[in-house]
Design a protein. Structure first.
Length: 263
């Protein structure tokens, strides 16, 4: 997926320039609003001294996240798990009531998204594996905890697979403006989503997406076919019949689910 060139790859959740890198707490102004950890730390308790903190990036696992103190102004959080112990539970996040943006970067041991169901103000959620681990998909128990988050506008799931119900819970989220799901699900899954979310934007809601790679034979831009459990790249000119058959099947599947609304 890292080779895909599309508007979906522009991550609106990142704002690098405004963050202050924390190396020593004593060097940080109590007025700080954007903080990023330079390395794993032992406790998040010192954050209580920064009442204006709104954006935070941390490195750590379960032990660190369990020390998360109430941060009423916090609206944006990026969390990256650090081996070997890593992160297995998102439970402490259920208490960050005002969180609007959440990035879970390379948290492969997390399976349950249930704690996120309490984040009623959450607008943007990105779950992604690190680039070096894209061949190993993160398995989640279910996407059902996300289905009731009516403030959600943008949802990006990159490098996941789902044990129960697949993508079906997302069909209920008709209020989504933008959706990205890695291309490792069946064509029926994406076709149902396309039928259920007619106003949502995202490459996964279409039969194919351009990948920015020219064909060696005709120089036509190649496309990735959506809904192939093993992502397939094809030339729409040299392999026209193959692409046309795929598009026809996608549209047929979509038409079979005109009222797809979840499980």
């Amino acid at each position: 997926m890292s080779s895909i060139v599309s508007p979906d790859d522009i991550n609106p959740l990142e704002d690098h320039d405004r963050f202050m890198i924390v190396r020593n707490w004593s060097d940080v102004s109590p007025m700080a609003t954007h903080l990023a950890m330079a390395k794993p730390i032992q406790s998040l308790a010192p954050l209580r001294d920064f009442p204006h903190l709104r954006h935070l990036r941390i490195l750590g696992g379960d032990a660190l996240l369990s020390t998360l103190v109430p941060l009423p102004e916090l609206c944006s959080l990026r969390l990256t798990a650090v081996p070997p112990k890593g992160l297995t539970s998102l439970e402490p996040l259920s208490n960050v009531a005002n969180l609007e943006r959440l990035i879970l970067h390379h948290v492969p041991q997390v399976r349950s998204l249930r704690p996120l169901a309490a984040l009623e103000k959450l607008k943007d959620l990105l779950i992604e594996v690190s680039p070096g681990s894209i061949s190993t998909l993160q398995e989640l128990d279910s996407l059902q905890p996300l289905a009731g988050l009516r403030a959600m506008e943008r949802l990006e799931l990159r490098g996941i697979r789902v044990a129960e119900l697949g993508l079906r819970p997302l069909e209920q989220m008709t209020w989504l403006r933008h959706l990205v799901v890695n291309n490792h699900f069946e064509i029926e899954d994406f076709a149902r989503l396309a039928a259920a979310l007619p106003t949502t934007q995202g490459f996964c809601l279409h039969p194919f997406v351009a990948v920015g790679i020219p064909c060696d034979q005709c120089q036509q831009e190649k496309v990735m076919l959506i809904g192939q459990t093993r992502p397939t790249i094809a030339c729409p000119q040299c392999q026209a019949k193959h692409v046309e058959r795929h598009v026809a099947r996608f549209q047929q599947c979509k038409a079979a689910y005109p009222n797809a609304v979840g499980p």
